[in-house]
Every structure is written in C-alpha cells, then in structure tokens.
Design a protein around this ligand. Structure first.
Ligand code: PLP
Length: 378
C-alpha cells in the first residue's frame, strides 16, 4: 500500500469486536489472563499496550523496519538506543546536532564509559577517517542537522557503516518517513522526536526508535520494558491521529518555508541563510537524492546579537519558543535555547553564532509570516 494510505488509515481495522475506525485508547495498566499459561497477547502496559502497539506497528511499516518502540520523548528513545552499547565503545557522531542529544552523550554516555568522536556528518571523508578509530561501534547522524541544516550523504555513510560493521543510527526528525526513509539508505535504526512533525500540533512529547532487524527491535523493546520510558496510551492515540494528516501538513509546511526562504534570501538584513530547498544551498542536490521534500526548517544570521533581541521581542505572527514541526511558526535562538550545552569553540567552528536564528515554518498563510519578518527586520 502507498505510504499516504497507510497514514490515512493509521490505527484503523484493529478492533474487529466493535469495528471502531479510530483506534480505541486502551487506558489499562494490566490485562486479564484467561487462565494460567494463557494470554490475550497483552499483560502489562509497560511491556505492551494495544494503542501503543498500533502506533509502533504503523511506524515500523512506514519505515520498512522490523519493529518500532514508542517512547515518552525523543530523548528517551535515544537514551534506549545508547544502552545498546557497552563500556569502552566509541561512537562517531555529527558535531552540529540537537543540543539535547549532545548533552545526553556528554553527561550520560561518558560517565558510562562511552566515547564520542564529533565530526561534520556532511563531510563523508571526515566520517570515513573517524570510523578507522579502534573500538568504534556506532555512527549517529541527523539527516538534516540542527540548526545549520547540513545534509548527510546517507548512502555513502550507510556503505561505510556496513564496511566497518558499526550500527548506523539516523535521527530523521526533520524529514519524517513521508519524505525520507533512512533504512532505504543503509540505516540500522531510525530515531524520531515525534514531538515535532509526526505529532505536529505542539501539544505532546513522544519519541520513536525503528529497527531494521528483528534482533535489534527486540533488544530495544527489552530495554524499553526494563527501563520503562514508554509512551502512554492517550499520547499514542494523539500521535496516530496526527499521522493521518502528515502528508498534507508537510506539503503546506514546505510551501510556506520555500516562500519565506525566497523572501529572506533577497533581504539586505540577512547575512547567511541556510535552507536546503533553495537551489543555491550547498545541500540542495544531495537532499534531493535522499528526500522527497526539503523540510520547513531554516536558519539565518542577522548583523548583530542586539538585532536578535529586538526580533524576538517584536515578532507578532511567529512565536518565540523552542520547538518545531507544529502548526504554529516558531522562532528559536539556538545559542541560548537549544544548544547552550555545546562548548563555545565547537559552536564558533560550526557557525552557531550569537547572531543565528532558527525558524520552524508552520501552517499559517505565508504572506503573514513574510510581513512579520519584514517588519522585525526593518
Ligand atoms: C527535539 C529533538 C530531539 C529530542 O526530542 P524530544 O521529544 O524533545 O525529547 C531529538 N532530535 C532532534 C533532531 C530534535 O529536534
């Protein structure tokens, strides 16, 4: 079945008893056993819950994986995946990445004797070189980096990961399976902060880990059951509901993003603009090969940090907040809000300056967004 059909019918046809079209929300912590040694397939909701399972099976199908686990947040999903590694293991990771992932690596992973080698994930040569370090067991990249929107060459990285027999983990939060399916490019595990586009309404937190093989899926499910950071039944249903409109939302997000990017690219007050949907962007062609869409995240530099302050104070359509992927357009100041944990030298080197702003383009009328920006950039 086509992806859009799977999405439109997410959670449907799963309740033969009543024929409910919308997946019922199973608010039950435990499930009654018919007799000793017999089970309905469910016993305790930390292990498995019917509503969560409908979501997990839908995601696994969308990705072309063998199984998926739904977590209480994107960070909980990444945390579970980190637990697949053992003390002494090293991971090669993108340097320009979500600040919370960096914090988890440094403040949680390191004390567990994991080591992280930071490289520019869009520089395949640099990744190849880092993978030659002894004891590297994993490669972690964001397809589109946050906040600088650099594009990783998944096909080349997938081949490298296979050659070095390391686990290839891809955070695909910015693109979703509607646009890009990392497993088709060699990923072993795809991660999502479903808080973003998959949820799409700025009203919930969720994370997903999809595994390519049954063995990996089982290991992640084991960690999830043991550690317990599961997604609740109600939030699982919210996410199933959101999935139904995902392709429609993404189309509008991208249309608006392209309009805003074109507007900003011609604006005198903008120093540097990162949006891979523009043909002039260094990642444009590469992303075109990997993804059906270019996303709706963009970042840009203004002349001074003082200008940043005035923009954040005076926006009227954009909301000043730190998330992305929802109906409402948001403006974020990465230096303070999302990437404060990254050390100053790294920030400077990768171009994460005190003049950089990040936009998540929402579903409003693009004219209102552009007028808002025109006004604050004056
Ligand atoms: C938000 C985000 C995360 C973390 O997800 P939460 O749901 O906030 O825990 C991880 N990776 C990326 C790319 C993100 O944008």
């Amino acid at each position: 079945m086509h992806l859009h059909t799977l999405l439109a019918q997410a959670g449907s046809r799963r309740d033969p008893k009543t024929g409910a079209i919308s997946m019922p929300i199973h608010l039950s912590s435990a499930f009654q056993h018919p007799a000793l040694g017999q089970s309905t397939g469910f016993d305790y909701s930390r292990t498995s819950n019917p509503t969560r399972q409908a979501l997990e099976q839908t995601l696994s199908k969308l990705e072309g994986g063998a199984g998926a686990s739904a977590f209480s947040s994107g960070m909980a999903a990444l945390d579970a995946v980190l637990r697949l590694f053992s003390p002494g293991d090293k991971l090669v990771v993108t340097e320009d990445l979500y600040g919370g992932s960096f914090r988890l690596f440094e403040k949680f992973g390191r004390p567990q004797q994991l080591d992280f080698i930071y490289v520019d994930g869009s520089d395949t040569e640099a990744v190849a070189k880092a993978l030659q370090t002894p004891k590297v067991k994993g490669l972690f990249v964001e397809v589109l980096t946050n906040p600088l929107l650099k594009v990783a060459d998944l096909d080349a990285l997938g081949e490298l990961a296979r050659a070095h027999e390391v686990l290839f983990i891809v955070d695909n939060t910015f693109l979703t399976p509607v646009w890009c399916r990392p497993m088709e490019h060699g990923a072993d595990i795809t991660l999502y902060s479903a808080t973003k586009y998959l949820g799409g309404h700025h009203d919930m937190l969720a994370g997903l880990a999809v595994a390519r093989t049954g063995d990996l899926a089982e290991k992640i499910a084991f960690i999830q059951n043991a550690a317990g950071a599961v997604l609740g039944a109600f939030d699982s249903w919210l996410l199933l509901r959101s999935l139904k409109t995902l392709p429609l939302r993404l189309k509008k997000h991208e249309e608006n993003a392209l309009a805003v990017a074109n507007f900003l690219s011609g604006h005198a007050g903008i120093k540097k603009l990162c949006y891979p949907g523009l043909p002039s962007d260094p990642g444009h062609q590469r992303l075109g090969r990997l993804s059906l869409g270019y996303g709706a995240m963009l970042s840009f530099e203004v002349e001074s940090s003082a200008k940043v302050e005035s923009i954040l104070k005076s926006v009227k359509v954009f909301l000043f907040a730190e998330s992305l992927g929802g109906a409402e357009s948001l403006v974020t100041y990465p230096l303070i809000q999302t990437h404060a944990d990254i050390d100053p030298q790294t920030r400077e080197r990768i171009g994460l300056t005190d003049r950089l702003l990040r936009l998540s383009i929402g579903l409003e009328d693009a004219t209102d967004l552009m007028e808002d920006l025109a006004e604050v950039l004056k």
